[in-house]
Design a protein around this ligand. Structure first.
Ligand code: ZN
Length: 132
């Protein structure tokens, strides 16, 4: 069984979102990090044994920018910690699930990540995260 690594939340403005989430998360945030492979800037809050990831688009037309245009700010994905992202993606494909990534790519915090398509998990975008 996989553990929940984080909940990803799409936000139009990271500064405003930080002010909103700081009080409830106790100010346990990481430094902002640009993730070029996803064209986002992210901040992670540590909340108990898991994290909340705020994602701000760095380019118009990027996946998070398109998500914000069509659905507005809100929960964007759930991320699960797995021993191998490639293997987790392969298992989804073997069950007939659609993938966004066929193999792992570089993600935030120096981790290897990969996304299954929302149709593979009943409308929820699922990210797999590998690493310590
Ligand atoms: Zn994420």
């Amino acid at each position: 069984m996989s553990e929940l690594d984080h909940v990803g939340i799409a936000v139009p403005n990271l500064t405003e979102a930080l002010a909103l989430w700081r009080p409830i998360t106790g100010g346990t945030e990481s430094a902002p990090e640009d993730v070029p492979s996803n064209r986002v800037r992210v901040v992670f809050f540590t909340v108990g044994g898991t994290h909340i990831e705020l994602l701000e688009p760095t380019e118009p037309g990027s996946p998070i920018a398109r998500f914000l245009e069509s659905r507005g700010a809100g929960v964007h994905h759930l991320a699960f910690h797995v021993p191998s992202v490639d293997r987790a993606l392969q298992e989804v494909a073997e069950r007939g699930g659609k993938l966004v990534d066929r193999v792992a790519r570089p993600g935030a915090r120096g981790r290897r990540v990969g996304f299954a398509h929302p149709t593979a998990f009943g409308g929820i975008l699922v990210e797999f995260v590998e690493g310590p």
